[in-house]
Design a protein around this ligand. Structure first.
Ligand code: ADP
Ligand code: ASP
Ligand code: MG
Length: 428
């Protein structure tokens, strides 16, 4: 079994969906499970819909209609005869009832919001945003079936079982593995990334960008031979090409190195993806959906990074905190434990930490807009100063000339160096 994952960028429009068909045609469809994210920026749009709903702004309904229209447009665009899509395919797709299926998903989305009684924002979030993946997988599966690729549509909510931690659910591996093994006997299937369900049957999500993780969960459960994540880049590069020029393709990456890169914030792979694959020794390929025959990057248990080159990661919009005790006493184990308790309560992600005898410095990501709560909690016990909107630069395998070039022109608030990793917190 092989597992493929197509992200939002790869199915953002009709050309993207047709390209999925082309990739399958090029790479073959034997023993293949496919995980698909919501189309383009659909999840962001659904987040905006929830935000307006929470503010009692009725325009959220207009945004739902807009999302509906955008998906209808993709369906219409897919009804075009092209080099790869013949008339029979178009005709079967037109008569497939896909518009009705889409309408039913939109009605379910509206129903979730109109019926909602829960004050739990994260609960509502998961019931709503999951509709993005439901729409995309229905459209892609119906299109592929119309084009003579008989593929089975699976509801990931029946397979990925989790706890009740809405927006960041933890997988119940025993239940999940058993359900996937049992349900995925078909040789070719498609399912949704990012979503699962709790033991009451309510939808849960695995965290933003969580579809990579879904692919790993399916691969782990089915003992897959490989996972391939199809991207709009040639593979994992030594830096985000949107931020850095002259990037280099990393051809071979050891699991641990990829885990480090993802942990420090290389947004090309979801951080939770690697561990299940490493445990079963399943290789992860990251390849270009435009050039499927190019080798891309392969993450395996290989010993070293090829080519060995510095890797750069930037995380913007972080918060830099300096914490000291009120009476200038040492920051001891007890204080550190209190600080971490507050961080964990507020679901802060720590990108860097450094302590001295009298102060403790941290660079954190405020993923869930809880910084004011965190500051209030910490200020009950400590003296705290903070700077918002800082950037955290991480360089793995830095070389002699990396440090001056990274520091040039920046207001460096903190610098930390280990043998392999350099980190800078800068004020911009
Ligand atoms: P998906 O469609 O799977 O959700 P994403 O947009 O999340 O894809 O990820 C692909 C993007 O990740 C690329 O367009 C690129 O800008 C960005 N990216 C960040 N860091 C890296 C990196 N080290 N190598 C390659 N791409 C990276
Ligand atoms: N659609 C979800 C998101 O945008 C999950 C994913 O794309 O991986 O975060
Ligand atoms: Mg993504």
């Amino acid at each position: 079994m092989r597992i493929y994952k197509f992200g939002g960028a790869s199915v953002k429009d009709a050309a993207g969906v047709r390209n999925v068909k082309r990739v399958l045609h090029t790479m073959g469809t034997d023993d293949l499970g496919i995980v698909i994210s919501a189309m383009g920026k659909t999840t962001n749009a659904l987040e905006e819909i929830i935000a307006r709903y929470q503010n009692n702004d009725p325009s959220y309904l207009k945004l739902i209609d807009l999302l509906h229209d955008q998906h209808v447009q993709i369906i219409e665009d897919l009804q075009e005869v092209t080099d790869e899509v013949d008339e029979g395919c178009v005709l079967r797709f037109r008569e497939s009832g896909i518009n009705k299926t889409l309408k039913a998903i939109i009605e379910s989305l509206k129903g979730e919001m109109l019926r909602n009684q829960s004050k739990n924002y994260s609960f509502l979030y998961d019931q709503v945003v999951s509709h993005g993946e439901l729409m995309s997988t229905r459209i892609v599966a119906t299109f592929l079936n119309a084009c003579d690729i008989p593929i089975d549509w699976k509801d990931a909510r029946q397979l990925i079982k989790t706890d009740h931690k809405y927006r960041d659910a933890t997988v119940d591996w025993d239940q999940t593995t058993a359900a996937i093994k049992d349900a995925c006997k078909e040789k070719l299937f498609v399912t949704q990334g990012f979503i699962g369900s709790d033991d009451n049957g309510f939808t849960t999500t695995l965290g933003r960008e969580g579809s990579d993780y879904t692919a790993a969960i399916f691969a782990y459960s089915l003992q897959a031979s490989e996972v391939t994540i199809w991207k709009d880049v040639p593979g994992v590069l030594n830096a985000d090409p949107r931020v850095f020029d002259d990037t280099v393709l990393l051809e071979k990456i050891p699991y641990n190195e990829a885990i480090e890169l993802a942990f420090y914030g290389a947004s090309v792979i979801h951080p939770k993806t690697l561990q299940p694959l490493q445990r079963k020794g399943i290789p992860l390929n990251v390849k270009s959906f435009l050039n499927p025959l190019e080798p891309g990057s392969t993450i395996t248990s290989s010993k070293s990074l090829v080519p060995k080159t510095p890797c750069f990661i930037v995380r913007k919009n972080m918060v830099y905190l300096t914490i000291s005790s009120r009476d200038f006493s040492f920051i001891g184990e007890r204080s550190i434990s209190d600080i971490f308790h507050e961080l964990s309560e507020n679901k802060m992600q720590v990108g860097l930490l450094q302590n001295s005898a009298i102060s403790f410095s941290l660079c954190i990501e405020d993923k869930y807009a809880r910084i004011e709560k965190l500051l209030a909690g910490l200020k009950e016990k400590f003296k705290v100063s903070h700077v918002k909107g800082v950037s955290l630069y991480t360089v793995r395998h830095y070389e002699g000339d990396t440090i001056p070039s990274m520091e040039a022109g920046k207001n460096v608030l903190l610098k930390q160096r280990t043998q392999e990793t350099l980190q800078l917190v800068t004020a911009v």
